[in-house]
Ligand binder design. Sequence first.
Ligand SMILES: CC(C)(COP(=O)(O)OP(=O)(O)OC[C@H]1O[C@@H](n2cnc3c(N)ncnc32)[C@H](O)[C@@H]1OP(=O)(O)O)[C@@H](O)C(=O)NCCC(=O)NCCS
Length: 111
Amino acid sequence: MTRFATHYGAYEIDSVPGQPQIAHCHSLFVKREHRGRGHGTALKAHQMNTLRELGYDYATCTTDGSNERQRAVLERAGWSLLQNIPNGRTGGITQLWGWVVKLAPGREAGF
Ligand SMILES: CC(C)(COP(=O)(O)OP(=O)(O)OC[C@H]1O[C@@H](n2cnc3c(N)ncnc32)[C@H](O)[C@@H]1OP(=O)(O)O)[C@@H](O)C(=O)NCCC(=O)NCCS
């Protein structure tokens, strides 16, 4: 598990056990006093750049189905909703999202 942080928030990235080209992203948060001003979108862009730099092919994350802010962040960032999963613990919906790691527009492959 590796934690990445900015002054306004943080996130973590793990390689999927047995499949090191796929990352699972989790624990993304913006500090409460910084929310609602675009920092969630900025932090997701930071995370996606980290995924590129770490050479992953694909990334996943989950979010609670009621988390409208995070859903907006993921949609704006180009992630795909893969599955709505009934959560047997909470009784709610857990969403599984995925993203094919692409180079940023205008960037050439570094290796
Ligand atoms: C989810 C989170 C990261 C978003 O960060 P943020 O800084 O508030 O996000 P932004 O300011 O970039 O706004 C994200 C979107 O939510 C929308 N939004 C803002 N306030 C909202 C509200 N009260 N309800 C619904 N949507 C809202 C914004 O309009 C924006 O959408 P847009 O990009 O289409 O304009 C932040 O709220 C957070 O840390 N929450 C607690 C932890 C968490 O839920 N993490 C995600 C775990 S999967």
